[in-house]
Design a protein around this ligand. Sequence first.
Ligand SMILES: [Ca+2]
Length: 401
Amino acid sequence: MLPPPAWPLLWLGLVLGSCCADLEAAAQVNSSTDARNVLLIIVDDLRPSLGCYGDKLVKSPNIDQLASHSLLFQNAFAQQAVCAPSRVSFLTGRRPDTTRLYDFNSYWRVHSGNFSTLPQYFKENGYVTLSVGKVFHPGISSNHSDDSPYSWSFPPYHPSSEKYENTKTCRGQDGELHANLICPVDMADVPEGTLPDKQSTEEAIRLLEKMKTSASPFFLAVGYHKPHIPFRYPKEFQKLYPLENITLAPDPEVPDSLPAVAYNPWMDIRQREDVQALNISVPYGPIPVDFQRKIRQSYFASVSYLDTQVGRLLSALDDLQLANSTIIALTSDHGWALGEHGEWAKYSNFDVTTRVPLMFYVPGRTTSFLEAGEMLFPYLDPFDSASELMEPAFMFSMNLL
Ligand SMILES: [Ca+2]
């Protein structure tokens, strides 16, 4: 059967569940250690501005490398371009119409139905399930507990430096600290000397090391925060994107006939000190052209920073000799408009905010098994000009079911 034209993220559970269903059957015949592990990487607000999706500007060599060994979906869409409803939707395999969550303000088990989650399914089938960073949206929409204990075998991990994300940690030209939208930082200058995604990678690697010798298979979900606003990232990543190379969105104007209901006035970026200082009119703006370039530059720099975290995580998987026994899925909860239609936000229903990257690496299926000592995911440095776009090996060419 031909695939449908668009692959909603609800497919995530179907693919992961079905891959592992055969494996569970195999595990019953053999031993539980034959069941494959699952590493689910969820990135916050990442649209497919990646080399593997044909973006010529963005440097994402590690995600491209993963894509080159994966089944890569070109038309995957979130159910809604808002964190909590999208995550609850794909983690329960149900549409927002069923979970009754379109915002951040209710917990599905209380408000709509006691629906199982994807990690819960693995947990109830003999897996150790682990959560690092932002997997469920925090707060009431996951019962202030990331849906523990239903979904997770151990209390979820959250990086300690996350609490500084919205505080005044961005060094301005005046030498003072501000709560800016655009926030390249000197790692030596930030509180605790680290950033949340770096801490999440370190914790995820620590868990992989621990699980390597476990008798049970694992389901490890790692939720990265960037490129969600504020664009707070190590400043060297800005150098990957000289401003003179940054173009504006191809369609930067608010369409004349756009119904008001289809437009979101990007209030969450207007609250940042650097954006406030621009005195932009509400609701349509526009943002000054030079600042538009700076937003796009810092979104792309945040993506490259995120890519290095994915690279370190996958490289550790190789080092621990887990790449032959671990399925990897990478996706995002929704995209973000980088000036298209005059928008600088998620929240709308334009493709730039609903389309997401989605890829599945299944050892022995999307690639052959590795020989001893062979590396599938050696870390690739985005600053190294030799890191080139790798063509995905499998595009709609495999039936994983
Ligand atoms: Ca999000």
